[in-house]
Design a protein around this ligand. Structure first.
Ligand code: ZN
Length: 254
């Protein structure tokens, strides 16, 4: 039964990953993700049911459009697989409870931010608003009104902190150092973490981003890299590993 649940969450994740990618690709272009058919980017051929099965279709068609033979981006099957694995991992770590729904929300947020930030270098406001409501709702049901208000205040604190970091960065580098979405993203983090762990998430995100940005700067002369995916990945790591303030204080205290 347990294995069956893991497999169900994996398959569910494959399909939701596909849906999340569509949201991430269409929302910044102000297109609806609920209506309209998926089409080949090259020949505009409308995809049939068999061409839209997550990962499977891509493998069967050997990564090419069945109609025009043009190569299909491998981003979609990678995103689908990643979502499938993270959904199964969420169930494995949390079982059936509120934390599972928070974990699945973080995974969904991570996937959308990853895809949207890689393609457009933006995170749509609608996405941030949706997840704010989702997390506030879940927290209210899980920990009650007072704790939820505490988390909203933490969100405002982290938002303000990130804003100050951006101002300092702008002065230091004499150019725009951070996107507005990264600052708004911190409000969401406050809804799930306490203030100290919120700060840790910024450090961890920067720490993961550093080698990647050095690599991109060196190999592709890419000066601007999206920060959102690294921040969201650090939120995911913190929530999934369960590292908390006590661990950090013990670590710093030696
Ligand atoms: Zn085509």
């Amino acid at each position: 039964m347990y294995i069956a649940c893991l497999i169900i969450f994996f398959i569910l994740g494959l399909h939701i990953g596909s849906f999340l990618a569509v949201i991430a690709i269409r929302t910044p272009k102000h297109e609806s993700f609920l209506t309209g058919h998926s089409r080949c980017d090259n020949c505009n051929h409308e995809l049939k049911f068999l061409e839209m099965i997550p990962v499977f279709s891509y493998v069967i068609q050997r990564g090419r459009c069945r109609h025009c033979g043009e190569k299909i981006s491998s981003l979609l099957p990678i995103v689908e697989l990643l979502t499938g694995c993270l959904f199964a991992l969420s169930f494995y770590l949390f079982g059936f409870n509120y934390n599972l729904f928070i974990a699945l929300g973080i995974v969904a947020l991570f996937i959308i931010v990853l895809v949207a930030d890689i393609i457009y270098m933006i995170i749509p406001d609608q996405v941030l608003v949706f997840f704010s409501i989702y997390f506030i709702g879940l927290q209210f049901l899980n920990v009650g009104l007072v704790q939820t208000l505490y988390h909203i205040l933490t969100g405002i604190f982290l938002f303000a902190l990130m804003y100050l970091i951006m101002l300092a960065g702008n002065k230091l580098f004499k150019k725009e150092s951070m996107g507005g979405a990264d600052i708004k993203l911190m409000f969401l983090f406050g809804l799930l973490l306490d203030p100290l762990m919120g700060c840790v998430s910024i450090f961890l995100g920067s720490f993961i981003a550093l080698p990647v940005s050095l690599y991109l700067l060196h190999s592709k002369h890419e000066h601007i890299i999206p920060f959102g995916p690294f921040l969201t990945l650090s939120l995911l790591i913190i929530y999934f590993t369960g590292i908390n303030t006590t661990d950090i204080i013990r670590f710093l205290g030696g």
